[in-house]
Write a protein that binds this ligand. Sequence first.
Ligand code: HEM
Length: 124
Amino acid sequence: MKKQRPVNLELTTISFPPAAISSILHRVSGVIMLVLVGLLVWLLAKSLTSPEGFSEAQAIFAHPLVRFLVWGFLAALGYHVLSGIRHIFMDLGFGEEKESGKITAVLAIAGGVVLAILAGVWLW
Ligand code: HEM
């Protein structure tokens, strides 16, 4: 076996390009939504059962942890949709070059942060 193979395990020296970060965030946001969508469907179902059920759902939603989880879902959704649209455009053959891929990745991440802030302002 070749003895002098390149080795780089110094994690602090490895910096991910924006497109890689965007891709990881896309998967993470998808998993976050997958986990939390059950909570939202349960809350919706409860709110639709009766006027009492609606008040109960309102009370559950007022809990800070539940509100935070709903915010997490909305923040993930905002980023996932932006990044998903980026993916769809790339699948159609637009913005596939290295430079444009970098720019759209940065735009998707920045847009995701803005949408997460707006979701927070809306919820609190
Ligand atoms: C509750 C709703 C959603 C859930 C739970 C969800 C979940 C996921 C997951 C887990 C992945 C796989 C990510 C990976 O393997 O890297 C994915 C991929 C994808 N999602 Fe979603 N998603 C949702 C909504 C959306 C919406 C609204 C869009 C519209 C833009 C979208 C666009 C995409 C695209 C284009 C991909 C493929 C990305 C690729 O080619 O790597 N998703 N989604």
